[in-house]
Write a protein that binds this ligand. Structure first.
Ligand code: UD1
Length: 423
């Protein structure tokens, strides 16, 4: 297994190119199942999660070709016919988003057998909202031996679905299912994450009829068929927020090129509150900090446009060196504090009280061997390593590779002493 090594204590200075958003690319890839036409996606990040999704889609009948476009590589996905409707445990247990093929498969061919999902071990993460929504649209659902077996022999029917809680994944699945359903589907209390908007805009380019994009009520009028389209994946707000935290923690001056400030405004506001310089410029967002200690700042994770749970671990890392006490509340997932014990290895002072972590800022951190527990937590450990004296070794970096493209390369280009050792 690869490890990442960091000799910390250097400021970050330079430009970091922000990649396409993983959490938009994954559902966008599944949209290829909805049409015989070719879906061309650019700005798709090169990540293990994307390759895993590609492997599943190939099994279901999607032909994936790489083309050269004016602004880089384009993935051209064509699905003349669905050749299998089985999403097996071996794949779905690796990343949760592969479960989402349930929506487009049901919509296009009226049946699917999809393993119950896996993904990061950050809580129970049930799928009841997905299944209730699809049932409301007329699907018959059976759970058997770890699989969801869904069928809608007479097609899905539009209806009003009010979700009791906001779920990103359920919104993606129901939105895709509704594009080809008979009649009008209204998704109330839908997730408003920018990635949902990105997917909805792509579906519209494919011929779907969707109103309310960007709001918590999506109204979808089903159409008979969708066609091919060309779409550029939005920039990754979680990656941008992660590098913003890294620059804030080490000090320095970093341009996050291509970052879209309005998609992670809550994180940028929080950083400013803590004393970090944030400037929105034409090319993206510039993050600066010179010398002085950051102010301890409290936050609770929330659904969009609130502070994202996917930046909670990174922000906690930042707060370990702040002046004072900060309270970090996790409201989205019930088990998303596994980084706390690893941050303690650097000398961080954090105590846990239910869904709250109390971080008492310390003067300095020292490098340590640590273990990544999940995707975003692994980024938090790298950030802590960059700001620690001495050497840090991050184990289990396959978590990192699921969602961050060439992180060590991007950071070393800004002056960090960081390298990967191949197993
Ligand atoms: C997506 C993101 C993930 C992010 C999360 C919250 C992708 C690939 N993943 O995950 O990075 O951390 O949104 O912003 O985009 N829930 C239920 N029943 C359901 C579905 C969800 O109780 O049927 C609960 C979950 O357990 C969780 C909460 O709802 O507590 C939010 O989950 P959800 O928004 O569905 O997250 P994901 O789509 O899995």
């Amino acid at each position: 297994m690869d490890t990442i090594h960091i000799r910390g204590g250097r400021p970050l200075n330079g430009t970091i190119e922000i990649s396409g958003a993983k959490n938009a690319a994954l559902p966008l890839l599944t949209a290829a199942l909805l049409t015989e036409g070719t879906l061309r996606l650019s700005n798709v990040p090169n990540l293990t999660d994307v390759r895993t999704m590609g492997r599943l889609l190939a099994e279901l009948g999607v032909r994936i070709e790489r083309e050269q476009g004016p602004d880089g590589e384009v993935l051209a996905l064509t699905t003349p016919e669905i050749t299998s409707t089985l999403a097996p445990y071996e794949i779905v247990s690796q990343i949760r988003a592969t479960f989402w093929v349930l929506g487009p498969l049901l919509a296009r061919v009226g049946h699917a057998k999809v393993s119950l999902p896996g993904g990061c071990a950050i809580g129970a993460r049930p799928v009841d909202l997905y299944l209730k929504g699809l049932e409301a649209m007329g699907a018959e659902i059976e759970l058997s031996e770890g699989y969801v077996i869904a069928s809608a022999p007479n097609g899905l029917k539009g209806t009003v679905i009010r979700s009791p809680m906001v779920s990103v994944g359920a919104t993606h699945v129901l939105l895709m299912a509704a594009t080809l359903a008979d009649g009008v589907t209204v998704l109330e209390n839908a997730a408003r994450e920018p990635e949902i908007g990105d997917v909805a805009r792509c579906l519209v380019a494919m011929g779907a009829k969707i109103e309310g994009i960007g709001s918590s009520t999506l109204t979808i009028t089903g159409v008979k068929k969708l066609h091919g389209a060309t779409h550029r994946v939005i920039s990754d707000r979680i990656e941008a927020g992660t590098y913003a935290m890294a620059a804030a923690m080490t000090g320095g001056n970093v341009l996050l090129s291509g970052a879209e400030a309005d998609t992670f405004a809550s994180a940028l506001d929080l950083l400013e509150e803590a004393g970090v310089g944030v400037e929105v410029v034409n090319e993206g967002v510039r993050i600066t900090r010179n010398g002085h200690r950051l102010k301890a700042t409290s936050v609770a994770t929330e659904v969009y446009p609130g502070f994202p749970t996917d930046l909670q671990a990174q922000f906690m890392s930042l707060m370990t060196l702040a002046d004072g006490d900060s309270e970090i509340t996790e409201t989205i997932f019930e088990n998303r504090f596994m980084h706390v014990q690893e941050l303690a290895r650097f000398g961080a002072d954090i105590s846990l009280h239910g869904d709250k972590a109390m971080v008492h800022g310390v003067e300095r951190l020292t490098g340590a061997p640590v273990m990544a527990s999940d995707l975003r937590a692994s980024a938090a450990l790298i950030i802590a390593g960059l700001a620690s004296s001495g050497e840090t070794v991050v184990n289990r970096v396959y978590h990192l590779d699921r969602g961050f493209e060439r992180m060590e390369v991007k950071l070393s280009a800004c002056g960090a002493d960081i390298w990967r050792e191949k197993a």
